[in-house]
Write a protein that binds this ligand. Structure first.
Ligand SMILES: *Cc1c(COP(=O)(O)O)cnc(C)c1O
Length: 369
């Protein structure tokens, strides 16, 4: 079989499975006119809370807003410090900076690409208030020791779970383990909408009440605004699409896991290529299948894939601590994160990717090396 072009992510097979259902749901909303906070939003919040095993799930406009409203509701203030990972999307640091607090970057574990929990304690100062771990690529952070250090110093934990819908830590859903969690429904995420969307979750009644107030202009009662909030509701149409996709997500995540297992086999034994690990405490959902290529050869491999019409991507080429926006912060010391920005390469993955397609990707990697 001749394969012309391989994207990094192909959303069409998923959409095809549920297209009829989605079109019907969208038509219903158009006919009802309930575009804002329609019944699908409430139902989606109920269904996601149940899926995640958490008391409150609150739909918002994006994963970024779930983080921003989360840190505000948790009481983060200007001058506070928050420990987080530099090896993530900017939004993780951005939410901290939004309230005038300072991100403090702790290095990552080279095997999981996640925060190296053992290094957190030495970064704590009297100003530290919070930890924001990121379940990167769909692999859960080692939460038990993280929670232990947070308890010891009275810190709260907000889990950035944008990339890990359905991932598990010791049988619990990632994002629903610590004080609060934030999820993204950006179209390319494992559970993705047809536009922007996000979800904030917590078991804390007061925290949930605050986020619900903040998402509608700081008003518990309409036209009785108590504080300066934002407009950040999840659209009814997005909620309806996501409700349909939610019924499929476990099956789709299993497809990604099978694809990852195939890549692991095909890539085994290639000198200088490290395949991703899955620690015993997690169920990885492979939002990204990310390998490391050593010896300064990553860019060469990526270029060869590109010339052959095969998609691949570097998440992330610049660690957050080295972004121009943070040029005035004291320099972070995160050598593993720096190294991973030069070695990491995410390969094509989606639930129904075939063995043939994967074999082609691997063949090209071998050629380039
Ligand atoms: C995608 C993502 C976000 C932001 O989500 P949006 O819905 O795009 O705002 C935050 N953190 C991480 C780690 C992400 O991957």
């Amino acid at each position: 079989m001749i394969i012309e072009k391989i994207p990094l992510l192909d959303l069409q097979p998923e959409i095809k499975e549920i297209r009829g259902e989605i079109m019907a749901a969208i038509e219903n909303i158009i006919d009802s006119g309930q575009f804002i906070m329609g019944p699908d939003v409430k139902e989606f919040e109920k269904e996601t809370a149940e899926y995640l095993g958490v008391k409150h799930a609150i739909g918002v406009n994006s994963g970024t807003d779930a983080l921003v409203l989360g840190v505000r509701a948790l009481g983060l203030q200007a001058g506070d410090e928050v420990i987080t990972t530099p090896f993530t999307f900017f939004a993780t640091g951005e939410c901290i900076s939004h309230v005038g607090a300072t991100p403090v970057f702790v290095d990552i574990d080279p095997r999981t690409f996640n925060l190296d929990v053992a290094q957190i304690e030495k970064a704590i100062t009297p100003k530290t208030r919070m930890i924001i771990p990121v379940h990167l690529y769909g692999h859960a952070v080692d939460m038990d020791p993280l929670i232990e250090v947070a308890r010891k110093y009275g810190l709260t934990i907000l889990e950035d779970t944008a990339q890990a819908w359905g991932s598990e830590y010791k049988g619990k859903k990632a994002g629903a383990i610590a004080d609060a969690g934030a999820y993204s429904f950006f179209p390319s995420k494992n559970l993705g909408g047809f536009g922007d969307g996000g979800l904030f979750v917590t078991n804390d009644d007061e925290l949930a009440d605050t986020v619900r107030m903040l998402r509608v202009h700081g008003a518990r009662k309409k036209y009785h605004n108590e504080t300066v909030g934002v407009n950040s509701r999840l659209d009814t149409i997005q909620a309806a699409v996501l409700r349909i996709k939610l019924r499929k997500i476990d099956e789709w995540n299993e497809g990604r896991r099978r694809a990852a297992a195939r890549y692991n086999e095909m890539l085994a034994g290639i000198e200088g290529v490290l395949t991703p690990v899955e620690a015993g405490y997690t169920k990885h959902v492979y939002h990204q299948y990310t390998i490391r290529i050593d010896g300064g050869r990553r860019d060469k491999v990526q270029a060869h894939l590109g010339e052959s019409n095969v998609g691949s991507f570097v998440y992330y080429p610049v660690p957050v601590d080295k972004l121009p926006v943070y040029k005035d912060l004291p320099a972070a010391n995160c050598p593993i994160s720096d190294l991973c920005t030069t070695e990491a390469l995410s390969l094509p993955i989606w639930p129904s990717i075939t063995e043939d397609v994967q074999a082609r990707v691997v063949e090209l990697i071998k050629q380039a090396l």
